[in-house]
Design a protein around this ligand. Structure first.
Ligand SMILES: Cc1cc2nc3c(=O)[nH]c(=O)nc-3n(C[C@H](O)[C@H](O)[C@H](O)COP(=O)(O)O)c2cc1C
Length: 373
């Protein structure tokens, strides 16, 4: 009996160590290696906004404030889900939390599974709420955990742990299939999401991790009751790339080959945004390769409610809250500048700004415009 208990304890410890190691590797790889899409783009460069030489407003008149899931944001921007569950992650979440609190924005946490196994790891997530008592914070679990039977009580525990404003469910089959120890288990995820929506007591946001969401999947998720969709489309961080580096370090040639062919896999962010907006009214967070305030302006004009960036915030977040704040302020200044050049005084006006679709994105538009879902 005692031996059984010791074995179970050992197995649990090994699981925790593996998760912590993986989280640290993800952070280090994203800091040190080129992990973004190689030969493909978000396609925001195919969206053109019309310069307004008579904006009839002063720069200082511009108000970037908006609302998302009932919460006020000073700008249509949040820091995308990244981390937790490792020592480095605690500092990162602390710095991001402090910065978004000061700026009146929000953040999503990385996958919280680790916190269920080991209460000591809780702090690497709860630090964000401690530093951001008022900001929007998203809790986070993965589709694979839903498929493998994560209990609703545990999900509620993770939400309560950070007093989350919403629960993010990340859908990452392409990552799981490349990840050396990945769980390519995606049966019954939609049904699980439907059950979670009914019982978790907070809005549920479904997100990808960099491969984009199709309009068909968006419609399924909307019908399942999710409150918003975060695209996390192709053109920015590629999780096939991140796992390729891990497979390389482990000498797993087959996983490396898979990582190579899936490196640029996915739906370009602007294409995903156009297609989902065309077929659904659900609030959309545009993300995946958003790097400038100009791209934020384009995403809002195309119908996104909010935007998110992950990778560009990572390095500043390893430095200080101040570095994160400065980086985000620069991005918001860019957004405001573009709004000035469009004569858009507020986000409502930015939503109505005309835009032209060119290049490859026009092909996606044609596909979406013709298609009945
Ligand atoms: C270091 C790092 C860790 C991440 N971990 C998670 C995670 O735990 N859960 C999740 O939903 N997404 C995670 N992501 C994906 C991001 O939320 C985002 O969808 C993706 O990186 C695309 O945005 P980007 O191009 O701005 O980085 C992570 C991204 C990075 C860079």
């Amino acid at each position: 009996m005692a031996a059984d208990k010791a074995d179970a304890e050992k197995e649990k410890r090994e699981k925790i160590d593996l998760i912590m190691k993986r989280k640290e590797e993800h952070i280090k790889i994203c800091l040190d290696q080129p992990v973004q899409a190689k030969n493909v783009r978000t396609l925001f460069s195919d969206v053109r906004l019309l310069n307004n030489s008579l904006p009839e407003i002063d720069f200082d008149d511009i108000d970037t404030g908006t609302e998302f899931l009932g919460k006020k944001f000073s700008a249509p921007f949040m820091v995308g889900a990244m981390t937790g569950g490792a020592e480095m992650a605690k500092r990162i979440n602390s710095n991001i939390g402090e910065a978004v609190e000061k700026l009146g924005l929000g953040m999503a946490l990385g996958s919280q599974r680790a916190a269920l196994y080991d209460p000591v790891l809780e702090e690497t997530y709860t630090i964000a709420r401690k530093k951001a008592p008022n900001a929007f914070i998203g809790a986070n679990i993965g589709g694979a955990q839903i498929s493998t039977g994560m209990k609703i009580e545990d999900i509620k525990k993770l939400v309560a742990m950070v007093d989350a404003n919403a629960l993010y469910v990340h859908l990452n089959p392409a990552q799981e299939i490349v990840q050396p120890e990945g769980e390519a288990k995606y049966r019954n995820v939609l049904e699980g999401i439907r059950a979670i929506v009914k019982s978790v007591g907070k809005p549920v946001v479904a997100k990808e991790v960099g491969f984009g969401i199709s309009p068909m999947v968006a419609t399924q998720l909307e019908k399942a009751g999710v409150s918003a969709i975060e695209i996390a489309g192709m053109g920015g961080t590629s999780y096939a790339a991140v796992e390729w580096y891990r497979a390389k370090a482990m000498g797993m040639a087959d996983k490396m080959d898979l990582g190579s062919i899936l490196w640029d896999w996915g739906i370009p962010t602007a294409a995903s945004l156009y297609m989902i907006r065309k077929h659904s009214k659900i609030p959309i967070v545009a993300s995946g390769g958003i790097r400038t305030g100009m791209e934020i302006a384009k995403a809002i004009a195309m119908g996104a409610s909010l935007t998110a960036m992950a990778l560009p915030v990572l390095r500043p977040a390893t430095e200080s809250a101040d570095s994160v704040q400065k980086f985000i302020e620069k991005i918001i200044l860019e957004l405001k500048s573009v709004m000035f050049l469009l004569g858009a005084k507020n986000i409502g006006e930015l939503r109505k700004t005309p835009y032209v679709i060119t290049g490859e994105l026009a092909t996606w538009k044609e596909y979406a415009d013709k298609r009945e879902l």
